[in-house]
Design a protein around this ligand. Structure first.
Ligand code: FDP
Length: 338
């Protein structure tokens, strides 16, 4: 079969009425920016891009040089295209307006420019996550409040993994598709169409070092997985934890599995570890579109009404059956408390 490039795929999606020209251009620009980030990450030490930038982001986390570089690449690429009303990023407290010299469009773009960046210095996969929303009608200068839309309103979501291969995984709400970067040609080529996540799995991902801080239902659920064949679940489970959310989610999108970043006593006051608007929502959209499930352990992630641009939430996502069991245990525990 003749290979299909991302550009051809976007034309097909326009013809099918799934996206308009502006959204198609937006995705082309994001993909082009991610190719530049891939080049920077691939150079590693030779590009002088490893190590800390010497600054903190809005959440008080040390920024890596590549966090800053990736953020700038995405901002610069998206400013002039005419498809955006504003951008928001993990690395910036407030949304970035489109400079007056460029035309504006009707979309809002949110991104985590380099997820898993604590892995960058040790040459483990990292990634970019993005989410696209519609700018509310009549809003010329979008503010934070205009970004605070539930995940169910997302028009598009995707991530790029910078690993042994650079991959783009994308949804417009009509299935999930994967593109592999052909480095020689410089194009993303469709490598999997209509990805499905198996409903059942024997593989889970969680940072086990937080175990003693988890809530009781999480202790119960993981305790049962660890008990394996001898426990109530009656089968052995295997654990995988990359600690780059993009890489962990990509494994699930490829062969199934379940990922948890639950609440624990250390992060209770913050509401969770991962960010709703540019991590949890886009990943939830992708996982649901592939037939999986995504909750906070209590509610569907995409139905949360956001309260802040950098809001954090617990994340349970992946193979439907396991997400349902873990969520059920939390709901049972909450019911017993009430
Ligand atoms: P990072 O801080 O390195 O960017 O989104 C944040 C994230 O990585 C996820 O990619 C990853 O799953 C998680 O944090 C790992 O955090 P801990 O090591 O604190 O568990």
């Amino acid at each position: 079969m003749k290979p299909i490039s991302l550009i051809q795929f976007l034309i097909e999606e326009r013809r099918a009425g799934h996206i308009n020209n502006e959204l198609s251009l937006l995705i082309e620009v994001v993909a082009r920016a991610c190719k530049r980030i891939a080049v920077a990450t691939n150079k590693g030490a030779l590009g002088g891009v490893l190590g800390n930038a010497g600054s903190d982001n809005v959440q008080g986390e040390a920024q890596k040089k590549l966090d800053v570089i990736s953020n700038e690449i995405l901002l610069e690429a998206n400013a002039w295209g005419g498809h955006l009303a504003a951008c928001a990023s993990e690395e910036m407290e407030d949304p970035q307006p489109i400079p007056d010299m460029y035309p504006k469009g009707n979309h809002l773009l949110l991104f985590d420019p380099l997820d898993g960046s604590s892995n960058i210095d040790v040459n483990i996969s990292v990634g970019t996550i993005f989410s696209v929303l519609r700018c509310p009608d009549g809003v010329a200068e979008p503010k934070i409040e205009h970004f605070l839309q539930a995940g169910t309103t997302q028009l598009a979501a995707g991530y790029v993994v910078y690993g042994p291969a650079t991959l783009l995984v994308l949804t417009f709400g009509h299935g999930v598709h994967e593109f592999t970067l052909d480095r020689e040609v410089g194009s993303f080529i469709l490598s999997r169409r209509d990805i499905r996540i198996p409903e059942e799995t024997g593989e889970f991902a969680i940072n086990m070092s937080n175990q003693r801080h988890w809530e009781a239902p999480m202790q119960r659920y993981i305790g049962e997985l660890l008990a394996g064949k001898d426990g109530p679940r009656g089968k052995d489970y295997n654990m995988r934890w990359v600690a780059s959310m993009v890489a962990d989610v990509h494994r699930i999108v490829t062969r199934g599995g379940v990922f948890f970043y639950p609440l624990d006593a250390k992060i209770m006051a913050k509401g969770g570890k991962l960010r709703l608007m540019y991590e949890a929502n886009p990943m939830a959209f992708i996982v649901e579109q592939a037939g999986g499930a995504a909750t906070t352990g209590r509610e569907r992630i995409m139905e949360i009404q956001p309260q802040g641009l950098h809001q954090r939430v617990p994340v349970f996502l992946g193979s439907r059956h396991e997400v349902e069991v873990a969520t059920h245990y939390h709901q049972l525990a909450d019911g017993a408390k009430a």
